[in-house]
Design a protein around this ligand. Structure first.
Ligand code: ADP
Length: 305
């Protein structure tokens, strides 16, 4: 099924580059994820209903998803806690990326692909409701892709460009935001003396951390990561994993990984998917040492997948 490429490009630009406006817009029903949130479902009300003790930020209820006639997700019910790392594991083709892409409606860019039943709420808002502004959603729910995708611009411009096109003109403000984002992505010390050199001259691991810096520059609530280390060597992978662990102080992270060791190293909760079904979700340590479901046990012990 073909992606609508021009739409994808435009939306990716919005997704990764366009920063949250510094001035709050009036909270109207249209497109204001956070405005709608307080009106419909205070987060504190969820605090006790997740084992982490954290509020639930993403709440999927009985979600079915189809690509045309083909059903890729079957009745997924999953609660993602705020400021924790949740890993999606499972064999290839079991729906991990599909579900991840539902969270910022990236699947809208695929013809005939849609949530056909159930509801996904983020901060209490049904993100598939007609009033939701998808651009606003993607500011709140950023994404880092499998293959790093810096723009062919300087390191500085990779972050500053997005700030400027959304109206941040003050040089000191932009400088401050660039530094803060690069520090947040544990990249500042490595690049501070070459900010105006091309981002394409960075190593693969540095480029991926630059993409993370670009994502956090717009201050999202959630960062989705789709196999962010699969193209990296072990040292670069370790740095990104350390970063993921550190970022959860400020952001909710959902990561798809085919690497079970990675899930054990950097996630708090793990969800195991198989053939479009969520088989089991639990604290990472529990899921890997004492899973409840036989299919989970078979998978983590290498019997299939
Ligand atoms: P995973 O991330 O676990 O590898 P995916 O979410 O990519 O799995 O895929 C789940 C199912 O959806 C697979 O059967 C896959 O072939 C199908 N699928 C994924 N993307 C598309 C698409 N763009 N068009 C049609 N089917 C797709």
């Amino acid at each position: 099924m073909a992606l609508k490429k021009d739409v994808l490009r435009r939306d990716l630009d919005h997704n990764v580059m366009e920063p949250a406006k510094t001035e709050a817009k009036p909270a109207t029903a249209k497109g204001q994820l956070s405005g709608a949130q307080t009106a419909t479902k205070p987060q504190a009300a969820d605090a006790d209903s997740h084992p982490s003790g954290k509020p639930i930020i993403i709440d999927c209820e009985s979600v079915d998803f189809h690509y045309g006639q083909s059903k890729a997700l079957h009745g997924i019910s999953l609660k993602v806690p705020e400021k924790q790392v949740t890993a999606f594991i499972g064999p290839s083709g079991c729906g991990k990326s599909t579900l991840l892409r539902c969270f910022n409606r990236m699947n809208d860019l695929v013809d005939n692909a849609r949530v056909t039943s159930g509801e996904i709420r983020i901060q209490g808002v049904n993100i598939n409701a007609p009033a939701v502004d998808v651009i606003e959603l993607r500011k709140q729910v950023g994404m880092v892709f499998q293959k790093s995708n810096p723009f062919p611009k300087s390191i500085y411009e990779n972050i500053a460009y997005g700030l400027r096109i959304s109206g941040v003109r003050d040089r000191d403000t932009v400088d401050g935001a660039v530094e803060q984002s690069l520090r947040g992505a544990a990249l500042w010390d490595e690049v501070k003396n070459r900010l105006h050199e091309s981002a394409l001259g960075l190593s693969g691991g540095q480029q991926q951390r630059l993409c993370i810096a670009r994502a956090i520059a717009v201050k999202p609530s959630v960062i989705l990561m789709d196999e962010p280390c699969s193209a990296l060597d072990p040292i670069a992978t370790a740095k990104v994993e350390e970063l993921i662990f550190a970022l959860k102080d400020q952001f909710t992270i959902v990561i798809v990984t085919h690497n079970m060791q990675q899930a054990t190293r950097c996630s708090d909760f793990t969800a195991f998917f198989y053939l479009g079904h969520l088989i089991e979700v639990d604290r990472t340590e529990k899921l890997f040492t004492n899973p409840t479901q036989k299919q989970t046990e078979d998978y983590i012990s290498g019997r299939f997948g």
